[in-house]
Design a protein around this ligand. Sequence first.
Ligand code: NAD
Length: 255
Amino acid sequence: MTGALDLFRLDGCVALVTGGDKGLGQGIAVALAQAGADVAVVSRSGDASGTLDAVAAAGRRGIALTADLSNVALVEGIVTETTARLGRIDILVNNAGIIRRAPATDYEWNDWRVVLDVDLDAVWGLCRAAGRAMIAQGRGKIINIASVLSFQGGIRVPAYTAAKHAVAGLTKALANEWASLGVNVNAIAPGYMVTDNTQALRDDPERSRQILERIPAGRWGVPGDLAGAAIFLASPASDYVHGHVLVVDGGWLAR
Ligand code: NAD
């Protein structure tokens, strides 16, 4: 007999997590492994040893894949390599992302281009490549990492905000097409989390104080705060959840 908690198990599943070598992606990759999944970790450096050690400690198989996601020509190969080495792909977490900060009037085209390449184009390409495999097997879970800047404008991050709004829209568009085919496409929108992505904000005492004051939970988030949301959206527990952007922000957007 199975109980409700078994709905959250990922035994026998294979997950692909981009940017899983550190930060939020590492937290998600380890959480999925602890719930039972084998994990392929994509990073630009190819050094995902910290994550792979934690995956092994959870008793699961992990592999590291090297790819620069600003080159969209590589994305199909990432899915192919995952299925070749781990046998299948059940879960895709589009987590890798970059942010470039500058006033809009001074914003460099190169910064605009690379942020859109990594934060949107690679997400689209990986969704499509993994979606094809998942549709063929009649089952799959895609989780895109959005942001509270999928809902708000942010300050001095025009490319990032444009990309993250687009990620929320893409999540809904793909959910509409693929829900009836057994593939769930959802997103997680983290609030302000302690990772390299927000180092510049935390290094600025005034911005850091302003942000903290606005978070009802009274603290910045940490990678482990996404574990429950990620396991939920990766597991059978969310089988009837489609096109949802799940906000995990300590209450930031509620203010
Ligand atoms: P991070 O800087 O710690 O990690 C970013 C990850 O993306 C790294 O693993 C890096 O290897 C990968 N990456 C970056 N460029 C890449 C490229 N060209 N090719 C391959 N991999 C690349 O940041 P993080 O905070 O862990 O960010 C993870 C995701 O969460 C991003 O999509 C980010 O936009 C999103 N997010 C973060 C916060 C936050 O407060 N930290 C809030 C909302 C959303």
